[in-house]
Write a protein of this length. Structure first.
Length: 190
């Protein structure tokens, strides 16, 4: 069984919307506007590219990332790896041709089936709505969180507000940095 890893830049109050400056959100670009950049705090991002065997995205994040990541040196390792997009509306004609193999999945059952295949970890970037659905369905195995010392109030959240049984997490890696950023890696306890 493959490990499904959710990775996120997240504010202390749980917001994940527009960390890199995406338009349409009041606090867009909050990861670099309010917190001093320390390269060592982002080591986990490079490690994720080296360790992941595939990427899973929701439609909105796929459309945003596929417009810029294929040509960015910082994301070169992601170009060659298989990508899966969960969408009920995206068609084959909507996929970009310069970002490697991409498969459209229509349901969470298809994601569950993908997890049962052979291969290494699958990483989920962005994709707030998809992350919520995956978490609620019990499909996420690990969280890689970079927690920013900010309270953003309104905005898309990593976790849903669904009324559900408690889900226990085990902290397996953590570090605090001088700029207030915290790395927290949690395994989901089954």
């Amino acid at each position: 069984m493959r490990t499904l890893i959710s990775t996120a830049f997240i504010s202390l109050d749980g917001v994940v919307e527009a960390p890199g400056g995406e338009p349409g959100y009041r606090n867009s670009g909050w990861t670099f506007k309010h917190t001093e950049f320390l390269p060592e705090a982002f080591e986990i991002k490079e490690r994720e590219q080296k360790e992941a065997a595939a990427m899973l995205l929701g439609r909105v994040s796929y459309q945003a990332f596929s417009a810029v990541w294929p040509d960015m040196e910082d994301f070169a390792d992601y170009k060659a790896m298989p990508k899966y997009v969960v969408s009920t509306t995206l068609g084959e004609d909507d996929l970009v041709s310069n970002w490697g193999e991409t498969t459209i999945l229509r349901t969470l059952d298809e994601v569950a089936a993908l997890k049962e295949t052979e291969g290494g970890p699958i990483i989920v970037h962005g994709s707030a709505s998809l992350n919520q659905a995956l978490s609620d369905a019990g499909l996420i195995d690990r969280y890689h969180l970079l927690v920013f010392p900010l309270l953003l109030g309104a905005g898309k959240r990593l976790f849903s507000t669904t009324d559900k049984d408690a889900q226990k997490l085990k902290l397996v890696e953590s570090e605090a940095y001088p700029n207030g950023l915290q790395k927290q890696v949690f395994d989901v306890v089954r």
